[in-house]
Design a protein around this ligand. Sequence first.
Ligand SMILES: [Zn+2]
Length: 233
Amino acid sequence: MVKNIISLVVRKVPRKYLQLFSHHVLKVAAIFYTGNRVQCPVCDSHFRKFLPYGRKARENALCPNCLALERHRLMWLFLQRKTPFFTKPLRVLHIAPELCFIHRFEQQPNLDYTTADIESPLAKVKMDVHQIPFPEGSFDVVFCNHVLEHVADDGLAMREIRRVLKPGGWGILQIPLFYPLKDTTFEDPSITDPREREKPTDRTIMYASTAKIIPSGCARPAFGLRKTGWCGS
Ligand SMILES: [Zn+2]
């Protein structure tokens, strides 16, 4: 029942409205998920389980308190355990900022934190990732999660992100992967309507496995990549 409702809402309500209102609705849902079987590292809350989430809703995904999904919890743990993100003075650009992070990153005294997006009401700077309105070498860190698969030119977007990073800067650019993984990255440049690009079944880009992204050219124009093995499978 909950799964079907969430699946319907995710499919029908545009993401920018979801970002604004879902937080309040899920606070009520959290009452029915009290328990100690799972812990969200982002907000340190405990629940019986996480809420289902997705267009085809998957179980145990969404934190009812802070709205973190699996990938947000993974990113939080990675930042905590493998980077100086929470201690070192850093200038951070967060493109398409996720609600579960914004307030927490803004509160970090070591961070000079800027949110940006082309349409998200949560972002302070309105910008197109193809043309980032900051000078070269402006940021120590850039986050840009689940954006590249929707944009017209992901190579240009990555070069722009690289341009605004300081020498030695780093970024987290998460993309969705669909299993079974394709051998090559699929791209359909004929899909130009932003609403169509939002649909996961009609993405402009469906990435191949990480190992295949580099030879296929997606990451090649912009970044050196380092395999950490930290995420396991
Ligand atoms: Zn949480």
